[in-house]
Design a protein around this ligand. Sequence first.
Ligand SMILES: Cc1ncc(C[n+]2csc(CCOP(=O)(O)OP(=O)(O)O)c2C)c(N)n1
Ligand SMILES: [Mg+2]
Length: 892
Amino acid sequence: MDNEISTQPHGMEDVEIQEWLESLDSVLESSGPEVAAEILERLRAHATLNGIDLPFSANTPYANTIPVRLQPLFPGDQELERRIKSLIRWNALAMVVRANRVEHNIGGHISTYASAATLYEVGFNHFFRARTEEFEGDTVYFQGHASPGIYARAFLEGRISAQKLENFRRELKPGGGLSSYPHPWLMPDFWEFPTVSMGLSPLMAIYQARFNRYLEDRGMKAASDAKVWAFLGDGETDEPESLGAITLASREKLDNLIFVINCNLQRLDGPVRGNGQIIQELESAFRGARWNVIKVLWGSEWDPIFERDAEGLLVKRMGELVDGEYQKLVVSSGAYVREHFFGSDPRLLQLVEPMSDESLRRLRLGGHDPRKVYAAYKAAVEHKGSPTVILARTIKGYGLGEAGEGKNVTHQQKKLNEDELREFRSRFGIPLNDEDCIEVPFYRPAEDSVEIQYLRARREALGGYVPKRSIRAKPLVADHDELFKEFLEGSDGREVSTTMAFVGMLRKMLKDPEIGKLVVPIVPDEARTFGMESLFRTAGIYSSVGQKYEPVDVNTLLYYKEAKDGQILEEGITEAGSMASFIAAGSAYATHGINTIPFFIYYSMFGFQRIADFIWAAADMRTRGFMLGGTAGRTTLSGEGLQHQDGNSHVLALPVPNNKAYDPAFAYEIAVILQDGIRRMYKDGENIFYYITVMNEPYAMPPMPGDVKEGILRGMYRFRPAANAKAKLRAHLFGSGAILNEVLRAQEILETKYGVAADVWSVTSYKELYNDGNETERWNRLHPGEKPRVPYVSKCLADAPGVLVAASDYLKTLPNMISKWLPRHLASLGTDGFGRSEGRAALRDFFEVDSRFITLATLHELFVDGKIERAVLDKAIKDLGINSEKPNPVIS
Ligand SMILES: Cc1ncc(C[n+]2csc(CCOP(=O)(O)OP(=O)(O)O)c2C)c(N)n1
Ligand SMILES: [Mg+2]
């Protein structure tokens, strides 16, 4: 840690330093901080020019950033706010303690909110503005583990009943309960942002703040001074996502963004940086990234001590301690603090000589002092030109005393004994007698009490209650038949990939009078890979500063055009950041009342596999939009090798309940899925989103064979029936994505060489078929007296004679999932295993998914069925050039 501002240069007299400091003070007084800063900058430059090697430090001393003389007056009724906060503390604690008395181990957290109560209450009483008709409102990401406190406040506000509070973490109780953490899926009128998977919310908040600017720059919403607040834990900052995008925030000058990091110096197991100083570490990271950093370390009780310390000894001493020592001081007596902290120097001891041990113990930290927190928040909201981070020092489990304050076990403290409860009650002045208090009842003062009146008045002044989620966008009205019609007609023999076909649709959607403006294309530096560069010029790449340079390719048709009203979000190489943009755009129907339709186009391998937790959060948040996994298919993406070739994503998409996953083969399938998706999400308001894989293998796109729209959407339809349905040898072949072409080739081989008449089915979504099958089974189980329903896939194959074979570019488990609803055994071919750097043909041979292997699988099924002789099979293996001893691709 290089936070030390050395106060003991070699051989220099204290007097001399004093003189320098005094002259700076006098400049400060006579000419102000800007002049003082200018002088220091000039001195630094002068020193460097003269060969003085100044060590780099992004740190400031271990002290409050805002000096007392610049501290604004606290505008609220401090005593009343303290009483309200105490009641919230009590109810938050009561929720957890009561829940765990009823159901042992139901969990919940006391100590996170206990340490953050002041940080939230100052926000609620003075800063967080609600969304109203006139004002878009501030956006607040609450730290997930602090949720009991947020619920407890809503209880005092009369927004959550005592019964709901009683059923914290018991959502299935009659009358409902409260979800453990912020989950819009579970509490869609209350929570807006899922935050509890640590690290997601800081990244989402950054991209949310940037998306707000994007909407303004594109003229889709009025400019406003609304803020995005994100409350994080200090331990949470170890997640790479937490700090991973902070330079974007400063580069984009997001002064609408405020991080509040609750620096209680502890995480779950112990100290965040026992041997270091997390606050100084974070300060240097954020200052290095050019954020406005405000440290709120010491409460007002410290002010007079600092005042007495003309030599700066106290700040120096504070900079010396490591967090492990600070944590110890927090749980120690005043005498211990005097001896171990101030005792390091007799001059320091003298500073606190007039103070009793008790008052030493009660020296508050900055994050627990509303005046200091208010000053920081006010400075943050007024700051211009960069995002702000507030590093607030607090105590984990503040107020829990022996029950856990500052202790390593405090994160998981869920129960308090009688003495501990009484002590907490007394410390925070909760009006409950000794007997009642041990029952830990919820406590809400009467409606006409000053506390409730004050709390309501403050929220009224700030526009209403927070958090609150509501859907404000109006549904779309058009049906877009015209838009998609041309794509149902095929490519007239021209060879195109599904990616190219999709880009054609995107181009057309961008011109549509209703949805054109709403489309938000998002790419992580992969637009050229997907042939999207033509959109650079027509739609423009969003840049908050326009284009300050003449692009090198300005003379070409498709030059790299950046523009302030550009529509494309070209995010650079960050799938996580792109997904955060997707979430912001896909939830704007609620956050902003705007139906933006995100299309996030990326390398399919780097989606579900890399950023699955963001996708899960998007699902929780009821995000709408389309994710397009490009260069998809383990054998269809040739050359790249095992890191790129995706045969996994459709399996990884299975667990996300409201995600619809499609592996289409043809342009018209994509058109049908997109049109229907826009209708379902933006007209009918369904809380679903789409994952569609698109490939880069070119082939002729056929016209839609009749009205197969329902089949496309439900997961399968017959694409090409057998020429001779009456043949003796029959088969049904399933193909998906680019592998459907292999299946069609197999259909021909089987017919011409082996006399097998096969129907070919395009399976667009195994996930749809699987969900439908399960749903049908469940319904039948629950309704035994009624006519049993039949799964869609069983209906499709009800009168299908012959053997069944499926092939896709994904794991074999996909077709296997639906095999139990099929009339006969299913042979599944797929791409389990690691990819290879190879061409398509070799890859399909290696993974055994080409037309030859599909043919063999069909013949083998017929052989097992007793329909053909062994000899036919042996000959086929030879004729097809299949090496029976080839290594198994799964493990080779
Ligand atoms: C991605 C992820 N990993 C682990 C956890 C489990 N977890 C919950 S709270 C916590 C400690 C939090 O410490 P900190 O961020 O400092 O918050 P505090 O409670 O101290 O304010 C951990 C590890 C989680 N919620 N998310
Ligand atoms: Mg912490």
